[in-house]
Design a protein around this ligand. Structure first.
Ligand SMILES: [Zn+2]
Length: 466
C-alpha cells in the first residue's frame, strides 16, 4: 500500500520533466528543418582533374530547387589532391562543405625489356615509358633483385602515384657485363678574367646503364685571375668502374683587347644540308664561327655537336622560327626559345645564352602578331641572362635573286675593326657556301682573325622598331 502510493507520487512528478523533453526535441527538429534548407548527400569526394558538378552534393532544397543554390567552388584546385571548401548559398542561408579531391585511378604505363649491368643496381625507370597519371609517380622494383648472374631474368615493377595507387608490371631484363665507359659531352669555353665559371655546368654525362656516373674535374692549373688557355681534364666513371676522359680548354680572356681586327661569321637557321660543307671550309681556313640554330631540320642535328666540338659557338634562334608563333606573345617566344635551348643542351651539354631573334631585334614583321613585342623581348631576354646579337654586316643571302658577285661585295664592304656578318645556313643558300672561301680570304688578307662569339665579343644591336 505504502509502496504503491510512493510510485504514483513519483510518476506524477515526472510528467512535467517528460513534457519539457518532448517540447525541447520538437523545437530542435523544427529549428533544424526550418533553418537548414539545403540538405547534402553523404558523399564528399571528387576525382582529380575531373569536371565536377558541385550540385551533385545537394540532396534536396527545402521549398526550392537545386538550380536555385549558388555554388562557389573557386577555392577548389581540382588538379591537386587536398581538402577544399565549397560554399552553397540559398536565399539567406550559406553553408560550407569540405570537399576532398582524390585520385582513385592507378597509373597506366608501358614497360619494355632491357639490359642490366652485371652486379649493379638497375634503374627501374629505364623499363617504363608513357606513364599516365593525374599525379606524380614513382617507379621501383617490388623487391631487391640481385643481378649477379648473366642471362635473362623476370622482374616486377611497381608504379605508384601520390595517392598510393599502385600498378604492377612484369618485364624481362638481360643481365650483361658492363664494359662501356660513360660518354662525356663537354665544350671549350671562355671566361672574362676575374669572373667565375662553373665547369660542372659545361659537362653532361651519359651512360648505357648508370643514370648518375661520377665526374671528377682536374682544375689544379686553372686560374681565372690570369689571362691564358687552361687544359682541364674531365674523368667520368660509371658504377662498374669503367672510366673515360676528355680534356677541354677554358680560355681566360681580357676584355680590354678591343684593338684586334675580328670577323664574327654568324650562320642563322641551321643546321641544314650545308652545315657539313660550311664546317669543312671553316676548318680549312682555321676559322671559328657561330651558329644560331633552330629545330627545323631534325636530320642534321648531329652537326650541332660536331660544330660545337670543333670550337664553334652554338647560339639559339628559336625552335620553330615561325614569326606568327614566336611573336604571338612574350610567353610564346620564351616557350619556343626554351625548347631550342633544351634541344641544344641535349647535343652540347648546356643551354647557350647567346641568342638571335628571328628577323633580328629591328624586325617589323612581329608587329603583325603583337604590337610592341620587340621592345619587351629585347629587355626581357637580358633579364633572363641571355645576350642577343644583331649584326653590323651581311652578305645579303636573306634577299632573293642576289648574284654571288653582289653577295661577295656586300659581305666584304665593312671597314669596322670588329665585324659581325649575318649569313644563313639553310636550304636554298648554296651561294653562301660558294662565296664563303673568298670572303674569308679577303678579310684574312686584311689582317682579320675569325672568331666564334664569346663573352669578349662585340654585341651589335639595331634599333628596335616594334
Ligand atoms: Zn632566321
Amino acid at each position: 500500500m505504502m509502496k504503491r502510493k510512493l510510485n504514483a507520487k513519483f510518476k506524477k512528478s515526472m510528467i512535467p520533466i517528460v513534457m519539457m523533453c518532448v517540447v525541447f526535441i520538437c523545437a530542435s527538429v523544427y529549428m533544424l528543418l526550418t533553418t537548414s534548407q539545403i540538405q547534402f548527400t553523404n558523399e564528399r569526394e571528387v576525382e582529380i582533374n575531373s569536371d565536377v558538378d558541385y550540385s551533385k552534393f545537394i540532396k534536396k532544397v527545402k521549398d526550392g530547387h537545386k538550380e536555385d543554390v549558388k555554388i562557389d567552388s573557386s577555392r577548389v584546385d581540382i588538379h591537386h589532391l587536398g581538402e577544399y571548401q565549397v560554399t552553397y548559398q540559398y536565399k539567406k542561408e550559406s553553408r560550407d562543405l569540405r570537399i576532398k579531391v582524390v585520385d582513385s585511378v592507378a597509373p597506366e604505363c608501358d614497360v619494355k625489356e632491357g639490359k642490366v649491368a652485371l652486379n649493379q643496381q638497375a634503374d627501374p625507370y629505364r623499363f617504363v615509358e608513357n606513364i599516365k597519371d593525374a599525379t606524380q609517380t614513382k617507379v621501383y622494383f617490388d623487391k631487391d633483385y640481385k643481378f649477379n648472374k648473366e642471362g635473362k631474368q623476370t622482374v616486377q615493377l611497381v608504379i605508384e602515384d601520390e595517392a598510393s595507387n599502385k600498378t604492377y608490371k612484369k618485364t624481362t631484363v638481360d643481365v650483361v657485363p658492363d664494359t662501356t665507359p660513360p660518354q662525356i659531352i663537354a665544350s671549350n669555353a671562355s671566361v672574362l678574367v676575374g669572373s667565375d665559371i662553373s665547369i660542372e655546368s659545361l659537362v653532361t654525362l651519359s651512360d648505357d646503364f648508370d643514370s648518375h656516373p661520377t665526374l671528377s674535374i682536374d682544375k689544379r692549373n686553372f686560374d681565372n685571375q690570369k689571362v691564358g688557355h687552361y687544359q682541364i681534364e674531365l674523368t667520368a666513371m660509371d658504377a662498374s668502374k669503367n672510366k673515360s676522359k676528355k680534356t677541354i680548354t677554358i680560355q681566360v680572356i681580357d676584355e680590354t683587347r678591343k684593338d684586334e681586327k675580328v670577323v664574327y661569321l654568324t650562320f642563322d637557321d641551321g643546321p641544314s644540308k650545308y652545315t657539313a660543307q660550311v664546317l669543312d671550309i671553316l676548318d680549312k681556313y682555321h676559322c671559328k664561327a657561330t651558329f644560331f640554330i633552330t629545330g627545323m631540320n631534325a636530320s642534321y642535328r648531329k652537326y650541332i655537336t660536331i660544330a660545337h666540338d670543333k670550337g664553334h659557338t652554338i647560339g639559339l634562334h628559336t625552335y620553330s622560327h615561325k614569326y606568327n608563333k614566336v611573336y604571338a606573345s612574350t610567353d610564346a617566344y620564351f616557350k619556343d626559345l626554351e625548347k631550342i635551348g633544351k634541344l641544344a643542351k641535349d647535343y652540347i651539354g648546356y643551354t647557350p645564352k647567346y641568342i638571335r631573334f628571328p628577323g633580328g631585334s629591328s624586325n617589323t614583321i612581329s608587329k603583325r602578331y603583337s604590337k610592341g613585342i620587340m621592345s619587351k623581348l629585347s629587355k626581357m631576354v637580358e633579364d633572363k641572362g641571355y645576350i642577343y646579337y644583331d649584326w653590323n654586316a651581311e652578305n645579303g643571302d636573306g634577299y632573293s635573286n642576289m648574284s654571288k658577285k653582289e653577295m661577295y661585295k656586300r659581305a666584304t664592304s665593312s671597314r669596322e675593326k670588329q665585324i659581325m656578318i649575318l649569313m644563313h645556313d639553310a636550304n636554298g643558300k648554296q651561294n653562301t657556301v660558294d662565296i664563303l672561301p673568298d670572303v674569308i680570304e679577303y678579310y684574312q688578307s686584311k689582317g682579320y682573325v675569325f672568331k666564334a662569339i664569346d663573352d669578349s665579343s662585340i654585341v651589335p644591336h639595331q634599333n628596335v622598331l616594334n
